[in-house]
Design a protein around this ligand. Structure first.
Ligand SMILES: [Zn+2]
Length: 215
């Protein structure tokens, strides 16, 4: 995008310079024409043959310069046409880049909208669920979540806290596997609320309490 914009600027600058050069060459043409005219006027009033010859020489020279400058003007005009095509080309590139960026931006806005909607849905859902959780447990959960964002709870499996990998005491595991147990157990190392999925036939994860919990 910045490259395309720089190319447009460079092409336009080159065009401006070429135009200045053409104007200068056109002035050269006019200047040499004026000189040739002046010499021709002088040649009608010279007294000597030598002076006449010298003027004829100057006239020929000035006319050669006129034609040289005219050729250069033509060349410059062709260069200007090329330059014009180049400007159009890089401008088209720039428009293409701008359109691509605009499309990307629109897509990002759509994605943002979708994510925002999902977040709002999840927030509402969380609020609904939080209403059913006892207040002290919710307070504890919120506190742990501050330390472990998005993972305030950890599964206890294969005698380990799956979040930090430290061993979970056998009696805690036993309690976790008892469906009727309502106590909350926490990992002694990372402090997360432990749950077990293994032996409980119903799908809901089980939270249990640790009387000697660290906070
Ligand atoms: Zn842990």
């Amino acid at each position: 995008m910045n490259g395309a914009r720089a190319a447009v600027t460079a092409a336009k600058e080159a065009q401006t310079q070429a135009l200045t050069r053409r104007k200068k060459l056109e002035l050269d043409v006019e200047e040499w024409k004026a000189r040739a005219k002046k010499y021709r006027e002088q040649s009608s009033s010279v007294k000597t043959n030598e002076a006449y010859k010298a003027l004829q020489h100057e006239i020929a020279n000035a006319e050669a310069e006129v034609s040289k400058a005219e050729d250069l003007v033509l060349e410059q005009m062709m260069a200007l046409e090329d330059g014009e095509r180049r400007v159009k080309h890089v401008e088209a590139d720039l428009r293409e880049a701008e359109q691509a960026i605009a499309a990307e931006k629109r897509q990002m806005q759509v994605q943002y909208g979708e994510k925002k909607k999902r977040l709002e849905g999840a927030t509402t859902e969380r609020e609904e669920i939080a209403k059913k959780v006892p207040e002290d447990l919710l307070t504890l959960y919120t506190r742990i979540e501050k330390r472990h964002p998005g993972s305030a709870m950890a599964e206890a499996r294969e005698e380990q806290c799956r979040a930090c990998g430290v061993r979970v005491l056998p009696h805690v595991l036993q309690m976790l596997k008892t469906e009727t147990d309502e106590e909350v157990f926490r990992c002694e190392t990372c402090g997360r609320i432990l749950y077990s999925l293994e032996p409980i036939p119903h799908a809901t994860p089980k939270e249990t309490a640790n009387g000697a919990a660290n906070s």
